[in-house]
Design a binder for this molecule. Structure first.
Ligand SMILES: *[C@@H]1O[C@H](CO)[C@@H](O)[C@H](O)[C@H]1NC(C)=O
Ligand SMILES: *[C@@H]1O[C@H](CO)[C@@H](O)[C@H](O)[C@H]1NC(C)=O
Length: 349
């Protein structure tokens, strides 16, 4: 009887478990938001991203956010945002995670600095939110902490691929518990996306580095509009991927996709909600702790955020090595980071 009650107390007090070495310290849950600590973590992440707004590593962190969380399966409560993609090379080396090496290595240095104080899963979450917010127009998404790191790798083949049939894409989102509307909202992250390499059906790397819209370093609506307007033969400096065009045309997603072309606030709201939902996947994450004052306020688009009648065209700024044209629609060709739900490609982690 006494032994039983001691065990129960140990299960409740995480420090007791850690002290008994049943659970290594680094996997311990957060019990409150230490905003001073998290602001130091933010500083370390931003140091890695570099001073350029919407930097390649910042944008890659958005993709990493999807790739850590997107393995979730509602049916058996496996996968999800548990840091496994950062912890286990075997998962990072799966083809779905190609080109995430740089951002994983960068965030591992952050983890090492704060080891024992924060989990990898929470670092990935914060990095994805900071990556989004660092792009002009990108939402300031609420940050929650308390995720535990996984002790085993997740299966990256659960992630949607860019050449999969639409039925697979839909069912892979449903498996995570996400709706078709949330799919249409989340795919808009391709507003700052660039292609890493070409699918096997295309000339080797013929499209590597090309963007999915005319303003890849700005979080605007041009991705939605231009995917619809120019589904094939996009302008110089851009490319289209099969999954984007499919989502823009499929009866299950096309209405939302078209609505977002002129509804910046609606998209921001839907995207924000879907990101929070993804960050809370898993029954173990039912009671995460809100951590305010870490993710800065959104940076308005140059010229102001689009409202009906002002779609933001002419306000775009490619940044970096972009070539501004008469409309200010820079084409930021040549960056190496990028956002994608999953882009199978050659090369290893
Ligand atoms: C993370 O990984 C563990 C396995 O180590 C798994 O049991 C758990 O369900 C995963 N997901 C979350 C959200 O913690
Ligand atoms: C969509 O793009 C076309 C050019 O392809 C442009 O003429 C039009 O104004 C854009 N519409 C919106 C709402 O951005």
């Amino acid at each position: 009887m006494r032994i039983l009650s001691t065990t129960t107390i140990c299960l409740i007090l995480s420090s007791c478990l850690a002290g008994s070495s049943a659970v290594p310290t680094l996997e311990r849950r957060q019990t409150g938001c230490d905003s001073a600590l998290w602001n130091r973590v933010k500083g370390a992440i931003m140091e890695q991203f570099g001073s350029r707004p919407c930097s390649p590593l910042g944008r890659a962190a958005i993709r990493l956010y999807f790739h850590d969380a997107g393995t979730y399966d509602t049916k058996d409560d496996t996968g999800g945002p548990n840091g496994s993609v950062m912890r286990f090379d075997s998962e990072a080396n799966q083809p779905q995670n190609n080109h995430l090496r740089d951002v994983i290595l960068a965030l591992r240095t952050v983890y090492d600095r704060f080891s024992g104080q924060v989990s990898r899963a929470d670092i990935i979450n914060l990095a994805g939110l900071l990556g989004t917010q660092s792009c002009p127009g990108g939402a300031s998404i609420p940050f929650f902490i308390g995720r535990k790191d996984s002790t085993t790798p997740d299966d990256a083949s659960r992630l949607p691929g860019d050449t999969e049939p639409m039925d697979n894409i839909i069912s892979k989102f449903q498996r995570q518990g996400l709706t078709n509307k949330q799919l249409a909202a989340l795919i808009g992250a391709h507003t700052t996306g660039k292609r890493f390499s070409s699918p096997p059906s295309e000339p080797v790397n013929g499209n590597a580095g090309l963007a999915f819209d005319s303003t890849p370093e700005v979080w605007d609506l041009n991705y939605y509009n231009e995917t619809l307007q120019q589904p094939t033969s996009p302008p110089l400096g851009q490319t289209r991927i099969q999954v984007d065009v499919a989502i823009s045309r499929d009866p299950r997603t096309k209405n939302e996709f078209a609505r977002y072309v002129t509804d910046f606030d609606g998209w921001t709201k839907d995207f924000t909600e879907a990101m929070v939902v993804m960050g809370k996947f898993g029954r173990a994450n039912a009671n995460l702790i809100k951590c305010d004052g870490v993710v800065p306020a959104a940076i308005p688009l140059p010229g102001g955020n689009p409202t009906p009648g002002n779609n933001g065209l002419g306000n775009g700024n490619g940044g970096g090595n972009g070539n501004g044209n008469g409309n200010g629609n820079g084409k930021g060709i040549g960056g190496t980071g990028g956002v994608a739900l999953a882009l199978p490609a050659s090369g290893t982690f």
